[in-house]
Design a protein around this ligand. Structure first.
Ligand code: HEM
Length: 400
């Protein structure tokens, strides 16, 4: 009977207690993975989970908004924000998992009790469909937030695509990420419903060039030429929405493209090493571009096949387009035909999709990699700027 409204009050009191602030003070969001399981600060000009050093695990959820009541949606975003402040600091939500009213379900489900914050970040986004007639947001929709065009080879499942809201939960402990999405879904019960979700393990792109580059499920180093979380010039140029771009409520935010890319793993595994390396335009061991010795050497594009992935995706082939890739590998069991349902859950943040994902994905139409992959899910979200302080909440500037 208490519901989340009651818990929200208790939550405020707990946050005011100061333990949360102490746990997060002075942490650097872009610091590489800390073995300590530290907390990443939740408040800031930008949302955490973008430039933040990529964590090991992902739980991504896309939600449909079920309520038609704008005030109820606003309350939900406020409640989510307060819960996110607590969970990213390693706290339970509301009054916690035990010790409260015996007659009511606990505010927190409890499976993260005793676990460290594990660098949990929660990043919220708004899909194009949120700006339809339901909430009076039509005139606040960014001109750039339009459905992605259909690309060659797309085989998209509507049940794994789109959504009004998204939450990206990243953490170094999978249980912490799953717990966070579960609490937000619970808090949203009756107001939002999970449309689809994706678990990810093994980051496929790093934002920390000084650390070892991770490998994707094809066995290649992935993220070598990604935008680094510490490269403020590149972030400003390619990732954060500026005043000039508008709208005002999105300044300091970004756009996120999510694509569930299935890999034909079994076919790939029967492909010769030479062909695999030709497909990417890099060697498998070192990750060096064709004709070069070291991973970080500048790629010489004319030395690669015209259909090589790196040649086609490179900024020089796409009018300078760049994005911050932050994807994860996934394996969701088998497909009933004896094949792994595995691949790359591609996540890319950018300042402008029309000069980021769209031209690059169009260019990849002639990518030799297409023989081994298929895009089966797709979504686009506007990512609002960061939550500044304890009085602020996700989307305040949009709804005010
Ligand atoms: C399963 C699908 C994919 C796999 C396995 C894959 C793998 C790779 C690998 C191994 C590299 C080289 C290392 C690096 O610089 O990161 C790379 C580079 C890159 N990929 Fe992908 N990729 C995939 C899909 C995509 C998609 C859908 C896009 C965007 C539309 C994309 C954009 C890029 C970009 C921008 C680069 C860097 C190019 C450069 O500056 O040299 N990739 N990818």
């Amino acid at each position: 009977m208490l519901g989340w409204g009651g818990a929200g009050l208790a939550l405020g009191a707990a946050v005011a207690g100061g333990a949360v602030a102490a746990a997060t003070a002075g942490e650097d969001r872009t610091a590489p993975a800390a073995a300590s399981g530290a907390a990443v600060p939740f408040h800031g000009a930008h949302q955490a989970g973008i430039a933040t050093a990529v964590q090991d695990r992902l739980h991504f959820a896309s939600f449909d908004v079920k309520t038609r009541d704008r005030a109820e949606l606003v309350r939900l975003l406020q409640d989510w924000t307060r819960a996110a402040e607590q969970m990213t600091a390693g706290d339970t939500v509301g009054e916690g998992a035990y010790g409260g009213l015996a007659e009511a379900p606990p505010d927190d489900t409890g499976e993260a009790l005793g676990l460290k914050p594990s660098r949990l970040t929660l990043t919220v986004g708004f899909g194009p469909s949120l700006f339809d007639a339901r909430f009076g947001l039509g005139d606040r929709r960014p001109a750039a937030l339009v459905e992605l065009p259909k690309f060659a080879g797309d085989n998209l499942d509507p049940a794994r695509s789109g959504g009004d809201l998204c939450v990206q939960a990243c953490a170094d402990d999978p249980q912490v990420a799953v717990h966070a999405i579960r609490q937000l879904a619970r808090i949203g019960f009756g107001k939002v419903a999970v449309r689809w979700s994706q678990l990810g393990f093994g980051k496929t792109s790093s934002t920390t060039p000084e650390a070892q580059t991770p490998r994707n499920l094809m066995g290649f180093k992935d993220g070598t030429r990604n935008i680094a979380g510490t490269d403020t010039a590149a972030l400003g140029k390619h990732v954060w929405v500026s005043r000039k771009d508008g709208p005002a409520w999105l300044v300091g935010g970004s756009y996120l493209v999510a694509r569930r890319i299935r890999m034909n793993i079994e076919t790939w595994d029967r492909t010769s090493l030479k062909e695999q390396e030709d497909i990417f335009g890099r060697d498998k061991g070192e990750g060096a571009p064709v004709g070069r010795a070291r991973e970080r050497d500048e790629p010489f594009l004319p030395a690669m096949l015209p259909t090589a992935h790196v040649r086609l995706a490179h900024p020089d082939s796409n009018g300078g387009a760049r994005m911050l890739r932050r994807g994860f590998s996934f394996t969701d069991g088998t497909d009933g035909l004896g094949r792994l349902d595995a691949g790359l859950f591609f996540l890319a943040y950018q300042r402008d999709v029309a000069h980021g994902f769209v031209p690059v994905q169009r260019s990849l139409a002639s990518d030799d990699l297409n023989e081994y992959i298929q895009h089966v899910g797709s979504a686009l979200y506007a990512i609002p700027p960061g939550v500044r302080d304890k009085d602020d909440w996700w989307g305040r500037a949009l709804f005010s």
